[in-house]
Design a protein around this ligand. Structure first.
Ligand code: NAI
Ligand code: BGC
Length: 268
């Protein structure tokens, strides 16, 4: 099997009822994958997505689950197995922000972000690897035993004042991804990450929904536009398809050049 198709493959996308996860689930379904649309609380949106995907001839199921707890992950994976019989792709996407200046950041703010953005991705990845091993390699589906794509951020590389919890989680995710990739590549499990820049989603509405905020944001983006969830979904599709079979342990930045230190165009 080759090409940008996911026909015959089964994908679980966490935090898929909005933003990047939503666009990714829809793109994967269009590419032929059967998808699990995991959601935390917005069951209406998740069910609507499933309905839309099915109307277009795809296969999708909405499954509630809190990825930040072991029980939540166990239930999510158990239900995914019940619906799809297996899983070939995990998109560990669910994430939150709980911003505060450093000394104003409560332990609760810290834990909330680490629990979802780092521990949640770890727990889902662990459950996915265990499932890949149980299934065994099926080259009719994919050249890899399984694929995991972590959703990091430009803030795995760019320090971010007022967001110490978020930057620490994404920085941690970078080495979690690389360590897992090194450890699991011999089993033909491909682990990579995407690192989006500023993408128009509910997580950062205040960064792009007023003219002034948008103008300030564009100063940070050499390519001159704010990203759309579909920009990320297209890259994610390539990274889990057999077209990228030799890509292992890499972070793909999808950021319009945000990590290029644009302020250095005029200085340094
Ligand atoms: P979003 O807020 O639309 O999506 C996050 C999703 O995660 C929501 O659907 C939310 O319900 C879900 N979620 C939160 N806690 C959860 C939990 N405990 N269990 C299950 N689901 C949970 O925002 P967006 O932008 O689509 O975020 C997706 C990922 O992309 C996040 O990991 C975020 O850090 C990352 N990201 C976003 C960027 C952006 O500019 N929008 C840039 C870089 C990374
Ligand atoms: C954050 C967004 C932010 C973007 C660029 C993402 O990781 O979640 O709020 O706009 O990085 O700074």
């Amino acid at each position: 099997m080759s090409g940008l198709t996911l026909t015959g493959q089964r994908a679980l996308i966490t935090g898929a009822s909005s933003g990047i996860g939503q666009a990714t689930a829809c793109a994967f379904a269009r590419a032929g994958a059967a998808v699990i649309v995991n959601y935390l609380s917005d069951d209406q949106e998740a069910r609507q997505m499933v309905e839309d995907i099915r109307r277009d001839g795809g296969t999708a199921y909405a499954v509630q689950g809190d990825v930040s707890t072991e029980e939540g992950c166990e239930t999510l994976f158990a239900q995914a197995m019940e619906k799809l019989g297996g899983i070939d792709i995990l998109i560990a996407n669910a994430g939150v922000q709980s911003d505060a200046a450093f000394t104003a950041m409560s332990l609760e703010d810290w834990r909330k972000v680490i629990d979802v953005n780092l521990t949640g991705q770890f727990l889902c990845a662990k459950a996915a690897v265990e499932q890949f091993r149980r299934q065994g390699l099926d080259t009719q589906r994919s050249r890899a035993l399984g694929k995991i794509l972590f959703t990091s951020s430009v803030h795995q590389a760019i320090p971010w004042a007022g967001h110490a919890n978020y930057a620490a989680a994404k920085g941690g995710l970078k080495l979690l991804m690389q360590t897992m990739a090194q450890e699991l590549a011999p089993e033909k499990i491909r682990i990579n990450a995407i690192a989006p820049g500023a993408i128009k989603t509910p997580i950062n509405t205040e960064a792009w929904d007023s003219e002034e905020a948008r103008r300030e944001l564009l100063e940070l983006i050499p390519y001159g536009r704010v990203g759309e969830p579909e920009d990320v979904a297209r890259a994610a599709l390539w990274l889990v398809s057999d077209e990228s079979d030799y890509v292992v342990g890499t972070t793909l930045f999808i950021d319009g050049g945000m990590v290029l230190y644009p302020s250095f165009r005029e200085g340094g």
